[in-house]
Design a protein around this ligand. Structure first.
Ligand SMILES: Nc1ncnc2c1ncn2[C@@H]1O[C@H](COP(=O)(O)OP(=O)(O)O)[C@@H](O)[C@H]1O
Ligand SMILES: [Mg+2]
Length: 262
């Protein structure tokens, strides 16, 4: 699969990203490519620059230097909204759901739909029925069967279900890339499996995914390719076929140089 991927234009490409926080180097000339239809895992020790990399890809941080391209076209993001505008959706480590709102309202948070005609344009009335309808269809399309009733407030859901809502929101509305920063860190085994299932569904719908994770078995189970981040740079790109988990840890810690060509 990777040979074919390398022939196509990356959906998202970063070259030479630099980001310093005072004297602390977050990114030190970091590259990344995400190809169509793949799950790219990003692994690395604490402080390796994974979150900073993701923030630069999603407009949450502005890099000091380097280039970003979406489908081969140079972009400069100045805010998370500017990345969302081109279809890059992110689920952050700290879950951004609104607990008191129901599932449907969470899916449409920040892009609520108004009712047709003057009720919407003048009175600003929301199209709740329409949004609930679309929310139901979206959840069904993603194979999320545990969220049948979209009128349930998110605070009544389990951690895994909340994560599913956050992922569904990222995946809905024609997004081109979904980025997940440690989506299963706070979840149990069964709930983690559900989130992995969702990632698989996104891939089968043709939406490429970047998955930041510490969980090596999960990474090796789901990733097509694995970007190993170390000291603010990409130390290697490996695959579950080319390398073992032990190899991956060795590259993460600098015990082995890895193989950039994978
Ligand atoms: N807002 C910030 N201010 C100062 N230093 C930061 C900030 N964000 C990240 N860093 C530093 O940048 C480095 C990379 O951090 P981070 O991207 O969070 O790594 P990771 O997600 O791989 O654990 C660390 O040394 C971290 O302390
Ligand atoms: Mg992090």
């Amino acid at each position: 699969m990777s040979e074919q991927q390398h022939d196509s234009t990356p959906v998202l490409q970063a070259n030479g990203l630099v980001k310093a926080f005072g004297r602390v180097v977050g990114l030190d000339g970091c590259d990344l490519e995400l190809y169509p239809g793949e799950v790219l895992a990003v692994i690395g020790d604490n402080g390796a620059g994974k979150s900073t990399l993701i923030k630069c890809l999603t407009g949450a941080e502005i890099p000091d230097a380097g280039r970003l391209q979406v489908h081969g076209k140079e972009v400069r993001f100045t805010s998370p909204q500017s990345a969302r505008d081109v279809g890059i959706e992110t689920v952050y480590q700290t879950l951004a759901v609104a607990p008191s709102l129901d599932i449907a309202a969470n899916l449409f948070l920040g892009r609520e739909e108004r009712r047709a005609g003057p009720l919407g344009s003048v009175l600003r009335m929301m199209d709740r029925a329409g949004m609930r309808d679309k929310a139901r269809r979206e959840l069904t399309a993603l194979g999320i069967s545990t969220l049948q009733d979209v009128t349930v407030p998110v605070e009544n859901l389990s951690g895994g279900q909340r994560q599913a809502v956050a992922v569904a929101r990222a995946a809905a509305f024609g997004s081109k890339v979904v980025i997940l920063d440690e989506p299963t860190a706070a979840l149990g085994v069964r709930e983690s499996k559900q989130v992995l299932g969702l990632i698989d569904t996104l891939r089968s719908r043709g939406i490429p995914v970047i998955l930041i994770s510490h969980n090596m078995p999960q990474v090796f189970e789901i990733a097509d390719r694995i970007h190993v981040q170390r000291l603010g740079r990409r130390a290697a790109v490996i695959t579950p076929q080319s390398h073992s988990m032990t190899d991956a840890v060795a590259i993460m810690t600098g015990a082995s140089a890895g193989d950039k060509a994978a």
